[in-house]
Design a protein around this ligand. Structure first.
Ligand SMILES: Cc1c2[nH]c(c1CCC(=O)O)Cc1[nH]c(c(CCC(=O)O)c1C)Cc1[nH]c(c(CCC(=O)O)c1C)Cc1[nH]c(c(C)c1CCC(=O)O)C2
Length: 460
């Protein structure tokens, strides 16, 4: 019987335990033990149901283009629950000069697939529009200028489209997906397809034009009708109960002749494999004594998020623009990072006639709010939303969540560092590093890697 320790009960850890349990059910002689420091599983996936309000405390969806979360949902019998975002009303706004300005239609991140739609846009000055129009003509120059190695997202976007595009949509889009500073984020790690386009075509706009035939009609986001929490709940239901240890903080791990040792306050256990899925900081300190060279490769910045959900019973009492929500560029006088108009993004999230909004704080604002109570945090969120949207009525439901250092920042050189980390990890038999610090930040990436690792362990 092969014994596998899974350290960390977030999305990656639960998925790994689920996949091992599936393999055991198929007859592979496996036993997993899932160690979770807190009192609940799921990590930052958490859905709160209050009356008919479905309030996501963490991710509200996955990116449709990545198939792995959907495949898992279907396998878990949730095919009927899989639900697209309402892309007929999809619009994302950016807060510029205290006003919400719509991002033009047909954008792939900061690259327009349709230059004519750009002309209608009030978001950009004539100068920025000119920079866009001129980019295809600079293809040769841009291809020649493409660096061999990695660079920051800021350098990359600036080279193609200039400062205004970087500031108005580059920076806010990246902070709405990767939570970080565009001058530090690695373009190779977070915008890989665009790096390839630059190498092949020079011009990103030209590259998109040749691909646009294949552009999918699918919605951008996919979720589950009853919330993302259902994905975790279904997996947990398929994991043997005696595999799960809650309130079981792992205090040390070590590796010796006879395998892996994992120590908690309740004692030390021996395992044949160790799936380390804890947050990067925790993983780093647990692995430091095992391999001093691994730890420095795992040192990375991470951003914290504070999420506040507000449910209102009567949407008619105030109006908001049509769309999914808005992003706030760095340097704005708003404390917000972003906000989602949940009832417009998804069906079935509110009682009839209700409205649901989520406010996000990141960076310094999140660090400060991390130390405030729920009431104060909610008051700040409501005030900041009101500064953008106009006066808001008293919410019927308020949910506050803090996710400290929840989103690791893939800095310039990330892929190179991960290659080195990978070769260190491979030097240890039965060790796996999983989670959002390494090979992707989205739920689908975590699901893909955790399942692949569990299958490999089972197949060995
Ligand atoms: C602030 C923030 C959000 N979401 C996120 C943050 C970062 C802060 C943090 O968690 O610490 C994180 C995020 N957002 C997204 C992912 C998944 C990325 C992936 O799977 O590759 C992740 C990890 C998808 C997304 N998130 C967003 C995009 C861009 C969508 C577009 O092109 O319009 C993507 C791919 C934009 C976004 N993102 C957010 C809002 C309110 C919006 C705009 C409106 C909305 O849709 O709700 C919230």
């Amino acid at each position: 019987m092969k014994r596998v320790a899974i350290v960390g009960g977030g999305v990656a850890g639960v998925t790994a335990a689920y996949e091992l349990a599936q393999q055991a059910r198929k007859g592979v002689p496996l036993q997993g033990v899932l160690f979770e420091a807190s009192t609940r599983l799921g990590g930052i996936i958490e859905t709160v149901h209050e009356g008919e309000f479905v309030i996501e405390c963490g991710p509200d969806a996955w990116v449709t283009e990545k198939p792995w979360a959907r495949e898992l949902a279907e396998e878990l019998g949730l095919a009927d629950e899989v639900m697209p975002s309402n892309d007929a009303t999809r619009k994302t706004y950016v807060l510029i000069d205290k006003k919400l300005q719509a991002m033009p239609d047909g954008m792939r991140m900061m690259v327009p697939a349709d230059l004519d739609a750009l002309d209608q846009s009030e978001l950009f000055s004539a100068e920025a529009k000119r920079a866009y129009r001129e980019e295809p003509g600079r293809a040769e120059e841009l291809r020649a200028a493409a660096p061999e190695g990695d660079e920051s997202v800021a350098e990359f976007v600036q080279r193609h489209f200039g400062d205004e595009v970087l500031e108005k949509i580059g920076a806010p889009l990246l902070s709405g997906v990767f939570g970080g500073d565009v001058t530090k984020l690695s373009v190779q790690a977070v915008m890989a397809p665009f790096v390839t386009m630059e190498r092949e075509h020079g011009s990103l706009i030209d590259a998109l034009r040749t691909r646009s035939v294949a552009a999918s009609k699918n919605s951008v986001f996919t979720t589950l009708r009853s919330g993302m929490g259902t994905l975790v709940d279904r997996m947990i239901a398929a994991i043997p109960e005696d595999w799960i240890r809650l309130s079981a903080e792992v205090q040390f791990t070590s590796c010796g002749e006879e395998g892996w040792l994992v120590g908690t306050a309740r004692g030390v256990e021996r395992f044949d494999a160790l799936m380390m899925t804890a947050p990067v900081d925790v993983a780093c300190s647990l692995l430091q004594p095992i391999d001093a060279e691994m730890a420095p490769l795992m040192e990375m910045d991470a951003s914290s998020a504070v999420v506040v959900g507000f449910g209102f019973p009567d949407a008619a009492k105030f109006s908001i623009p049509t769309g999914f929500g808005f992003l706030v560029p760095p340097g704005s006088d708003s404390l917000l990072l972003a906000a989602t108009f949940v009832d417009q993004k998804f069906e079935h999230r509110v009682p009839q006639g209700g409205r649901l909004m989520r406010a996000f704080f990141g960076g310094k604002a999140a660090e400060r709010l991390m130390r405030c109570g729920n009431d104060e945090t909610a008051a700040v969120a409501r005030m900041e939303l009101a500064r953008v949207l106009g006066p808001l009525p008293e919410p019927q439901v308020t949910v506050v969540r803090r996710w400290p250092r929840s989103l690791p920042l893939y800095a310039v050189g990330h892929l190179e560092r991960m290659k080195k980390l990978d070769s260190r990890v491979r030097a240890f038999k039965g060790l796996w590093l999983l989670g959002n610090g390494y090979r992707g930040v989205g739920v689908p990436d975590l699901v893909r890697d955790a399942r692949a690792a569990a299958r490999e362990i089972a197949g060995e």
